[in-house]
Design a binder for this molecule. Structure first.
Ligand code: SAM
Length: 454
């Protein structure tokens, strides 16, 4: 590759003689030319600028001087790379496309890169317009701030492109995990010796030698960092960029790992405004957990009796008795929980067969936890569960904190069983449950909210 930089301050670019770019030039991986724009001036004062037409402050760089300079510099590329080579004229400007790693990767594939550094109010616009007819022109910005000249932006571009050329960075693996790479994440925090410095210890896992655990730790930190600093990058991830184990940390960070990639997830208390959507969601999701042999009319009767808008209005009106949380995915309801609290500390679960196996008091019931089928497996149930347990753990009944929560789930619903077992629930027995006059077998699970004194 050949890079030519045209500037009125060639010394500014001396920094390119240093470090990896300097070595790449010495080693012949990169041909680099730095040119003084004033060499193409024709007057005694080497004038490169003039007043802006139409008036206004500052000066504008003259197109005739730039035109002469670019003809010669573009010709250098033709002699170096041949007439078929890909040439890009890059013009730094705060009004350009924001430079990013994808664009840098693209430019690393060019044969000849010419960087035209503006000063003052910039270069006469016809220069970009004219050369766009002959070569690729990229007007790029290195960030939303204004510099005095394009030289610093040229240094940025040369360094970013050069390190992607084969042989420039010693260990190409170090490029793979970097911020803005194929993973679409910011890099995890890095450490070196000593393991303890000014009272700050390097995380133990990095000293463990356990490669899988280190990889997971780094991935979690990268996700956390990206979520906090660049949520736009998390939202741009695709499902195929997610790894096993990402879902849990994403859920904790307020994202659901949906089939379309991570989407913002918020779990909150339901309000009166949610009633219509809640009833719709409940009617849609309740049948999912019912065994196939249950007649549809029985399921529908249950939904009418217990999950209608009127019923949800009653639940919300009786906050001492009911807790309703909703999961909002990208602003739409995607799941909910309904918990039933005891009115008295020693109130037993309402069914005798549950009372026999759930003996802790005060105890609440997690009556419903449902998530839209299209987003099953996205971590929404987990987020709902965590928020519900946290809300219940903060509740007291007659001054006593809730000790446990129980739930019943159809004995044949394997998916639910696996989920409850994985999230710390203990299978304590069975009960009978009536849907539309049919008696079903339910498994009863219990989850303690406070550690019982040993
Ligand atoms: N009048 C211009 C505007 O408001 O867009 C700003 C001109 S600036 C003072 C002078 C030169 O600095 C630009 O022509 C460009 O070469 C360079 N420059 C300034 N900020 C830049 C940025 N954020 N990215 C790339 N180049 C920049």
């Amino acid at each position: 590759m050949r890079i030519d930089v045209v500037t009125i301050f060639p010394e500014y670019l001396h920094a390119l003689r240093l470090s990896l770019v300097g070595k790449a030039v010495e080693g012949g991986v990169l041909a680099l030319g730095v040119h003084d724009l004033r060499d193409w001036t024709t007057d005694r004062h080497h004038t490169v600028d003039d007043t802006p037409l139409g008036g206004g402050a500052g000066m504008v760089m003259k197109p005739d001087v730039w035109g002469r300079a670019l003809e010669d510099v573009l010709a250098l590329g033709v002699s170096h790379c041949g007439p078929e080579g890909r040439t890009v004229l890059a013009i730094p400007t705060p009004s350009g496309e924001r430079l990013d790693q994808r664009r840098v990767e693209d430019l690393a594939g060019a044969d000849h890169l010419v960087i035209a550094c503006g000063r003052y109010e910039g270069i006469d616009s016809r220069v970009a317009e004219h050369y766009a007819r002959r070569v690729e022109v990229l007007e790029y910005s290195i960030g939303d701030y204004v510099l005095n000249g394009g030289e610093a932006a040229a240094l940025v571009l040369v360094e970013a492109v050069a390190r992607l050329l084969p042989g420039v960075v010693g260990n190409p693996e170090s490029l793979a995990e970097e911020s803005h790479g194929a993973a679409g994440l910011l890099e995890y925090p890095v450490y070196t010796r000593p393991p303890l410095w000014r009272g700050l210890a390097v995380p133990d896992v990095l000293l463990s030698g356990h490669h899988a655990r280190i990889a997971r730790w780094r991935r979690d930190r990268a996700l956390e960092r990206t979520s906090a600093r660049r949520p736009d990058m998390v939202a741009a991830l695709t499902a195929s960029q997610l790894e096993r184990g990402d879902r849990e940390v994403l859920t904790r960070l307020g994202w659901a790992a949906t089939p379309a990639g991570p989407r913002p997830l918020a779990v909150r208390h339901a309000t009166g405004d949610d009633v219509a959507h809640l009833a719709e969601l409940a009617a849609e999701t309740f049948p999912l957990a019912c065994p196939d042999h249950l007649p549809a009319e029985d399921v529908a009767a249950f939904v009418r009796a217990n999950l209608s808008p009127a019923r949800f209005r009653e639940y919300l009106a009786d906050a001492g008795r009911y807790l309703v949380l909703v999961a909002e995915l990208d602003g739409e309801l995607a799941g909910y929980t309904l918990s039933v609290l005891p009115r008295a500390a020693d109130e037993p679960p309402y069914a005798a067969d549950v009372e026999a196996v759930v003996t802790v008091r005060p105890v609440a019931e997690l009556s419903k936890i449902y998530v839209r089928e299209a987003v099953h497996g996205s971590g929404i149930s987990q987020a709902l569960m965590d928020a519900t347990l946290a809300a219940l753990a903060a509740r007291t009944v007659e001054g006593q904190p809730l000790v446990g929560v129980w739930l019943g789930t159809n004995a044949r619903n394997r998916r639910a069983h696996t989920f409850y077992a994985r999230t710390g629930w203990e299978l304590v027995g069975t009960r009978h449950f009536t849907v539309g006059g049919r008696v079903e077998d339910d498994a009863v699970f219990l989850r303690r909210l406070v550690a019982s004194p040993s």
